[in-house]
Design a binder for this molecule. Structure first.
Ligand code: ARG
Length: 463
């Protein structure tokens, strides 16, 4: 048993906590990160207690002053933690009581760490969903800028990683733009899910004291208070929502990462990563490696782990608070840190990369990416598409077998000829893609207008 028996519950116990218990259960090392929110929550609680006369004005004032002091100590690093500080909530309350004496001992009136930790974590999630949204918008801006700058540059679009049809580089970059736009929707939804105040739910069943949860919810800037005390002390759905939103960003970053790995290879040669965003090899002097892109791809794994880990923890938990719920934090903190760093790194990598548009155009022009356009040519002349597909397939096969270019074989082919072959000339195919939302210049100009509006709306709605 440890010497230190100054736990929050020591009155009930004959002996102090074992070393093993403390080592296994103490969460201070990571939940210190909630300090700012714990102090916010305590301030609102104190003001709420004063409003319903559970604290005198003088006591409330003393506690608020002590909270200011604790906040200053935590910010400056002067705060001294002691072995009995099981978590940040215990530490703050202990120090407030040291400073404010009896008034401090009244701070926890009508409150439990169960509604307290839920309040802190909801405030944390609200703030951090907004912070991550800001970083996603920065990436959106770079994708947008580079799309505008890409002008008429085009490359082969791929399906099955085989060259398929030409696409504008701007269209390709805007594909990622819309992907991240959806991530903002998910981040905002997670923020809304977190926007309910648990303060006043107590340990699980509310209180016999005349608390004012509506007032404290308003004080903390929550949209509403809980409806059910049992639900709110055990609800971590908003953490799962936040982790899902973050994990989807991670998955989207990993897809861009994979593309940059491919595109920066000598085999593709579509992009050169800026020196500041690449690494070298300790052994092979010629190497320049796209490590940011690889880590963006690799970190998807741990993000999925953080999400599924929380879901597994929540599964099968009976109402209401269970200590298992303490496991809600580390995965969330990790996901936020990884996504924040990943967004900044990938944004910088894309902003500074050189797109090798000549290599892109050459790859598009030398491929049979215009084959579908030949079939469309026959369709315009009245041929059923299935028949047109077969005619062009034969032409493609003949070109492969004979070693003659597709344009040469097309010129000589029945139903096709020189007019059709002209569609295969360099840079023509991309100009033909004109249907709404397509990859050609007309629809991409329309799309860019929509992207301009989307970006303006995003920036106007940043918290
Ligand atoms: N550190 C705990 C957590 O993060 C705080 C709540 C503890 N409540 C309790 N009844 N032991 O969940």
């Amino acid at each position: 048993m440890t010497e230190e028996s100054n736990t929050l519950w020591h009155g009930r116990f004959a002996s102090g906590p074992s070393e093993a218990l403390l080592k296994y259960t103490v969460s201070l090392s990571y939940d210190q990160r909630l300090a700012k929110y714990d102090i916010m929550g305590s301030r609102a609680h104190v003001r709420g207690l004063a409003r319903v006369d559970l604290l005198t004005e003088a006591d409330a004032e003393a506690v608020l002053i002590a909270l200011d002091e604790v906040e200053a100590e935590l910010t400056s690093g002067d705060f001294v933690f002691v072995p009995s500080d099981e978590d940040i909530h215990t530490a703050v309350e202990r120090r407030v009581t040291e400073i404010a004496g009896t008034a401090g001992a009244r701070l926890h009136t009508g409150r439990s760490r169960n509604d307290q930790v839920a309040t802190d974590l909801r405030l944390f999630v609200k703030d951090h969903m907004a912070m991550i949204t800001g970083l996603v918008v920065d990436l959106e801006q770079v994708l947008y800028d580079r799309s505008v700058e890409a002008g008429g540059a085009y490359l082969p679009g791929y399906t099955h990683l085989q060259r398929a049809q030409p696409v504008l580089l701007s269209h390709h970059l805007l594909a990622h733009f819309w992907t991240f736009r959806r991530d903002v929707t998910r981040l905002m939804a997670a923020r809304v899910a977190a926007d309910v105040s648990p303060l006043g739910a107590g340990a699980l069943a509310g209180s016999t004291l005349p608390l004012d949860p509506d007032g404290t919810a308003k004080d903390l800037g929550f949209a509403s208070r809980f409806q059910n005390s049992l639900d709110v002390v055990s609800d971590r759905d908003y953490v799962a929502d936040a982790l899902y939103a973050l994990t989807m960003i991670g998955i989207h970053l990993s897809r861009i990462g994979e593309e940059f790995v491919l595109w920066s290879s000598e085999e593709f040669g579509f992009v050169t990563v800026d020196d500041g965003y690449a690494t070298g090899s300790s052994m092979m002097p010629q190497k320049k490696n796209p490590d940011i892109a690889e880590l963006a791809r690799g970190k998807g794994g741990r993000l999925i782990g953080n999400l599924t880990g929380l879901l597994a923890t929540l599964k099968g938990l009976p109402l209401s608070y269970n200590r298992d719920l303490q496991e809600d934090k580390e995965g969330l903190f990790d996901a936020i840190d990884q996504i924040a760093a990943g967004l900044v790194a990938v944004t910088g990598m894309i902003a500074t990369a050189t797109f090798r548009t000549a290599a892109m155009a050459q790859a598009a022009d030398e491929s049979a990416a215009g084959a579908t356009d030949l079939a469309d040519f026959l369709v315009r002349a009245g041929m059923p598409f299935r028949d047109a597909h077969a005619v062009v397939a034969n032409v493609v096969r003949e070109s492969i077998d004979s070693g003659r270019t597709l344009a040469e074989v097309t010129t000589d082919a029945e139903h096709l000829g020189a007019d059709a072959a002209a569609l295969l000339a360099p840079g023509v195919g991309i100009t033909l893609r004109s249907s709404p939302g397509a990859s050609g210049p007309g629809p991409v100009a329309v799309q860019l207008e929509a992207a301009t509006a989307a970006l303006e709306e995003l920036k106007a709605n940043l918290y």
